[in-house]
Design a protein around this ligand. Structure first.
Ligand code: SF4
Ligand code: SF4
Length: 123
């Protein structure tokens, strides 16, 4: 199963993961028009080759190595990662809607600084 970006990316979005991904499956990149408005970045589940390079690159531990390892509080974001596609406004809107719903559903996590948020994910 693919790697999954979760909510510590909200408020961070530094693209460190993009820089190390060997197959360019993390979007939007800084040079893509969706970057400015995207709340988080997303990993394309079919293009990800499970190499693991993005995990240590992320400064806020936002990336989990599978759907199974993604904590229950973050599960809705699995679908957001799967849906998002640059150049497809409907897909972008649907993915962002899931992320916004996640933010609304978890004010306790959003109140924590991104660098400390993963520690509060639980399982
Ligand atoms: S696991 Fe590897 S291929 Fe998949 S998103 Fe991370 S860096 Fe890219
Ligand atoms: S490295 Fe982490 S915080 Fe930075 S863009 Fe990637 S997932 Fe988001």
């Amino acid at each position: 199963m693919p790697f999954v970006i979760t909510d510590p990316c909200i408020g961070t979005k530094d693209t460190a993961c993009v820089d190390v991904c060997p197959v360019d499956c993390i979007h939007p990149r800084k040079d893509e028009p969706e970057f400015e408005t995207a709340t988080i970045l997303y990993i394309h589940p079919e293009e990800c080759i499970d190499c693991g390079a993005c995990v240590p690159a992320c400064p806020v531990a936002a990336i989990y190595d599978s759907v199974d390892s993604t904590p229950s509080s973050q599960k809705s974001l699995v679908e957001a990662n799967a849906i998002f596609r640059v150049g497809d406004p409907d897909a972008v809107m649907r993915a962002e809607t899931i992320v916004k719903a996640h933010e609304s559903a978890h004010p306790e996590l959003m109140a924590i600084p991104p660098a400390e948020r993963a520690a509060a994910h639980g399982k």
